[in-house]
Design a protein around this ligand. Structure first.
Ligand code: FPP
Length: 251
């Protein structure tokens, strides 16, 4: 039997890492941008801007740690309630992020995808994201998945509507509807469920993120605000994940 060494134990750089039992799919609720900015007497949007740069660092960390899918909650269906200038600013971030980092993401074989209610996004956001998806569609390295205008209840409700419609049209029968089939009606169709779900900023809730998919995810919370999150903290989360025993309801 091979010995499973705790691979991020020394929190030293990559050569120390042991990639046994790495979470294949890591999802992150990137929270705390506003508080980060407030603490510094800056406008909330400054926190989002800094948060955008941290996204890049964590993409690199995920690649270094052999994570296959990184899913980031960038904008929820509830975030439209924020002041209009803040929403407009957040909607510009994907374009800005891709303008700066797309060449490197392409070079590093990263595939970009999004999920959520895409049609309702501003044209400029959709255009930038579509371009990046097209440019990276054949990459087979890390899948960088942005949840954009995403809400889990909306997703589940739509799945139910589609299922009913497919049953009405005889494309589906109640007898063949099981959990796997249901998953095919979600935005995350074809993806494995998140193994590890991280939330920053001290809040300990799911906030309408991947409610179905996170049924058996390991949850990891930190008080660190998203703009202060780092590769080192990401590795700490992975290390903690590796120490856990996942039982999926068994013993
Ligand atoms: C939550 O913090 C953060 C958001 C709603 C926006 C997240 C967006 C980014 C991190 C940048 C995304 C980057 C790309 C590339 C799309 P909050 O504003 O709720 O913080 P608070 O709880 O302290 O107010």
């Amino acid at each position: 039997m091979s010995m499973k060494l705790p691979f991020f134990k020394n929190k030293q750089k990559d050569k120390q890492n042991n990639f046994d039992n790495t979470p294949k799919h890591v999802a992150i609720i990137m929270d705390g941008n506003g508080r980060w900015a407030k603490k510094r007497g800056l406008p909330r949007i400054a926190g989002h801007k800094e948060g955008m740069n941290v996204v890049k660092e964590i993409v690199r960390a995920a690649r270094n740690c052999d994570v296959k899918i990184l899913t980031l909650y960038a904008f929820s269906t509830e975030n439209w309630k924020r002041p209009k200038p803040e929403v407009e600013y957040i909607m510009k971030l994907p374009k800005e992020f891709l303008h700066i980092y797309l060449p490197e993401l392409i070079e590093k074989n990263v595939r970009i995808e999004t999920f959520g209610d895409f049609d309702a996004l501003p044209y400029h956001t959709k255009e930038a994201v579509e371009y990046a998806k097209e440019k990276t569609k054949n990459n087979d390295g890390l899948l960088l998945n942005f949840a954009l205008n995403y809400g889990s209840r909306f997703e589940i409700m739509n799945a139910i509507k589609e299922i009913i419609s497919d049953i009405d049209n005889s494309n589906l029968t109640l007898e063949t509807l099981d959990e796997n089939k249901f998953s095919e009606y979600l935005y995350t169709k074809g993806l494995t469920d998140p193994d590890l779900l991280i939330r920053t900023s001290g809040e300990q809730r799911l906030s309408n993120f991947l409610l179905w998919q996170a049924a058996y995810s390991e949850l990891w919370f930190t008080d660190v605000l998203w703009p202060d999150f780092s590769e080192e903290i990401f590795k700490e989360a992975l290390y903690d994940y590796q120490q856990r025993k996942r039982r999926y309801g068994g013993i």
